[in-house]
Design a protein around this ligand. Sequence first.
Ligand SMILES: [Zn+2]
Length: 147
Amino acid sequence: MDRECLDSVRELLTTRKGQLVKLIQEQREEMGTIQSSRSPDWIDLTAATENIHLLMTLGDSERRELDDIEIALAKITDGSYGGCEGCGQAISPDRLEAKPTARLCKECKQQEEATLKPSGPDYSVGWRAIEQDPSLLAGAEDGSQNR
Ligand SMILES: [Zn+2]
C-alpha cells in the first residue's frame, strides 16, 4: 500500500476515532444523569438500571471499534498495516476499503467464521437458495394465497 493511500486511511480512522470518543463521552454523561436522578422508587430504579445496562452495551461495541481503530493506526505507524494477521499475506484493497480496520484477509476471516460457527443446521442455506432463485419465494406466496 502506498504512502498516499495510508495517509487517507489514517485520516479516515482518525475522524472515526474522534466521532467514537465523542459518542462514548456523551453516553457517559447520559449515564451520569440517570444515576443522579435515581429515586428511591423501585420501578424507577429498575428502569434506570435497564437504561444503564443498555448504554453500557452500546458503549461496548463502540469501545471495541475504537480498539480496532487504535490497532489499525498503530499498524500504519509501524508499517504493518494491510497485512493479514493470520497468513501474513496482503489484505485486498477492496476489503480494506470496505473495512479499514480489517485484521484478517478474506480467506482467513472465512476460516475464522467457519470455526466460530456453532454446529447445527445452517438456516442460511434456504435464503441462499431463494437469493439464487427468487421464484422459490414467489411460488411459496402463490401457494399460500391459493389455500
Ligand atoms: Zn490471511
